[in-house]
Design a protein around this ligand. Structure first.
Ligand code: ZN
Length: 156
């Protein structure tokens, strides 16, 4: 699965989240930027985001977050389920994450920040990215697009 930042696909409607930290015991001070990325396959229904965390433009951590209950992922993966991807529900530090900051500290920070609004934003970005990707050159939305442009052409 290849993941791409939501901002690259849905542009201006995407907002990154930046949160400052001061005097934390587990993480260095600074502004942490969370860039949510989504899988590029429009037919894949993985319902998760990989969040790249930047501190002073350095990629310091990668967080996996799946907003569905574990039962969803088990059913979705079916026989493909294996112990490594066994925990897709909830938040975890990705195995490919850089070791820029304490993994434990980052996970605790992320979970503390996680609220309904942020989860709703992930879901909305996921849906917007999938929609955009499915419409790109696949013919699915071509009819609609053609009709729209015809309407536009008729207007003065
Ligand atoms: Zn996927």
């Amino acid at each position: 699965m290849e993941f791409i930042p939501a901002g690259k696909i849905i542009g201006a409607s995407h907002q990154m989240r930046t949160v400052g930290i001061r005097d934390s015991r587990q993480l260095p001070d600074g502004n942490y930027r969370f860039v949510d990325t989504y899988c590029k396959d429009p037919s894949c229904d993985c319902r998760k985001t990989m969040i790249l965390v930047f501190l002073k433009d350095v990629h310091v951590s990668t967080i996996n977050f799946g907003w569905e209950p574990e039962s969803y992922y088990q059913e979705w993966m079916g026989s493909k389920a294996d112990p490594i991807t066994g925990e897709m529900s909830g938040a975890s530090i990705d195995i490919t994450s850089p070791d820029g900051v304490s993994a434990k500290g980052m996970l605790a920070f992320f979970i503390a920040l996680l609220d309904e609004d942020w989860i709703a934003r992930f879901r909305a970005h996921y849906a917007a990215v999938k929609l955009k990707l499915s419409g790109a050159g696949q013919g699915k939305n071509d009819g609609r697009r053609t009709r729209k442009s015809r309407v536009r052409l008729r207007r003065p």
